[in-house]
Ligand binder design. Structure first.
Ligand code: NAP
Ligand code: HSE
Length: 445
């Protein structure tokens, strides 16, 4: 039984998917049953890395969705619109959807899932997070028996590639970003990668699955690597840390509510550059690789690792979703309106709320620019002490340029402290006459 595939997009990911479908030998036999029927692109004249019959291509994506020969719609065009409307159009036509579009799912996942549930069709999103790493299905199915306490990790390949090459080769940020774009890792607008938005989309999706309720994407505190100073990467290395863009979703408990009301699950969800101790498993994740740590009861800690972006890994995940749907069609028959498998279909079963970030607790790295004179470190230490902030280490870095001008760079690493307390200490430090600037402030694992 041939299953017709409609591709919306033939860029990095779309061409990867078309390549797998065109060459089924040695893969699961179901791949041989998938036939590409229609493909939407923006520019018909653009050269493509895969050879396709010209009549398959169209610049009208609705024609792909509406084509009666298309049984499964694969959205790999990116952007919010028309991607969202095309996904909804496919669902309304009773066609299952596979998408790699985390931006759409993080913002419109609830609307899309409700439409899919009403129509009894699957919308599968394995490629939206972690590139080739299976993480969506494990969270929905394999780890379903757990209470998840924390999901954290490196979930943007572009920024990990940039940070790795900056740390290993001292490569310039702009050059490495251009390489990431050339290799097909970066988003169409790479600001989404370097400003942390792509990782925030992905952690919103992971947290929604792990904690069973929608996470408000716009409420996630997000900081990227675009303002990271290479001297902090160098100082961190001297102190025994690597710098990684981490996304974290931590379960903090549930709020108290009046009887009869369902409590909200309280979550600390955030994205920011983070100092990771060199002996931590995430510190060894280099290049375009991603890694996601899931901590649950009773499983303990499991880590998912692999290539997080690029044509091959991402199309592997897209085709896995297509095969899931194809397998179900084979069992239930194309016409049968079988009920959705509740573990494969996305579902919300409780409500989640992000806590006020000033109440969350973290370790911090602070770099201060000060005058180089006796007693400065003591005054800084007192400000932290008076605010109840415990210091793990305080180090003065000697740089000849600063020393020649009578200035110093002092780096402090704190123990765990509530964000509000830490900010109060920083306010007092900034007010010291000897402190010229709080030059950098990063989180530490
Ligand atoms: P891409 O290389 O920019 O490809 C986008 C494709 O969509 C192009 O073929 C483009 O046509 C087509 N397209 C865009 N807007 C269209 C429109 N309005 N009508 C018709 N065709 C349109 O993007 P990509 O890297 O493959 O990413 C696709 C999606 O996968 C995005 O949601 C992205 O976030 C996600 N994703 C990407 C990766 C990765 O490593 N690249 C990994 C995971 C997820 P033209 O070719 O004619 O311009
Ligand atoms: N731009 C994304 C990244 C693609 O670099 O991780 C994979 O989602």
């Amino acid at each position: 039984m041939t299953i017709g595939i409609g591709l919306l997009g033939l860029g990095t990911v779309g061409a990867g998917v078309a390549g797998i479908l065109a060459n089924p030998e040695g893969r699961h036999p179901l791949v041989g049953e998938l036939a590409l029927k229609r493909v939407a692109v923006r520019d018909l004249s653009r050269p493509r890395p895969v050879e396709l019959a010209p009549e398959l291509l169209t610049t009208d994506p609705e024609a792909v969705v509406d084509d009666p020969a298309v049984d499964i719609v694969v959205e790999v065009m990116g952007g919010l619109e028309p991607a969202r409307s095309l996904i909804l159009r496919a669902i309304n036509a009773g066609k299952p959807v596979v998408t790699a579009n985390k931006a759409v799912i993080a913002r419109y996942g609830e609307e899309i899932n409700a439409a899919a549930a009403a129509k009894g069709v699957y919308v599968l999103i394995e490629a939206a997070v972690g590139g080739g790493i299976p993480i969506i299905e494990p969270l929905k199915q394999s780890l379903g028996g757990n209470r998840i306490q924390r999901v954290s990790g490196i979930i943007n390949g572009t920024t990990n590639y940039i940070l790795s090459r900056m740390a290993d080769e001292g490569a310039a940020y702009a050059d490495v970003l251009a390489d990431a774009q050339r290799l097909g890792y970066a988003e169409a607008d790479p600001a989404a990668d370097v400003q942390g938005g792509d990782a925030a989309d992905k952690i919103a999706i992971l947290a929604g699955l792990a904690y069973g309720g929608r996470v408000e994407r716009a409420a996630i505190p997000t900081e990227g690597i675009d303002r990271l100073d290479s001297r902090d990467v160098a100082y961190a290395a001297q102190l025994g840390y690597g710098v990684k863009l981490l996304a974290v979703a931590q379960h903090l408990g549930a709020d108290a509510v009046a009887s009869g009301e369902a409590p909200h699950q309280l979550l600390d969800v955030r994205v920011h550059p983070t100092l990771v101790p060199k002996d931590h498993p995430l510190a060894g994740v280099h290049g375009v690789n991603n890694a996601i740590l899931v901590e649950g009861d009773p499983v303990g800690r499991v880590m998912f690792y692999g290539p997080g972006a690029g044509a091959g890994p991402t199309s592997s995940a897209v085709v896995a979703d297509i095969l899931n749907i194809a397998g179900i069609r084979q069992v239930s028959g194309s016409q049968a309106q079988a009920p959705l498998d509740p573990l494969l279909a996305a579902s919300s079963w409780r409500q989640c709320r992000l806590v006020d970030s000033s109440l969350t607790t973290h370790r911090n790295y602070v770099r201060l620019r000060t005058t180089d004179e006796a007693g400065v470190i003591g005054k800084i230490g007192s400000c932290f002490g008076q605010a109840g902030v415990s210091i793990q280490s305080i180090v003065q870095f000697e740089r000849s340029a600063e020393a020649a001008e009578g200035r110093a760079e002092i780096v402090v690493i704190t123990h765990d402290v509530q964000e509000a307390q830490f900010r109060a200490a920083l306010g007092a430090i900034e007010a010291l006459e000897e402190v010229q600037a709080v030059a950098a402030c990063l989180r530490t694992l």
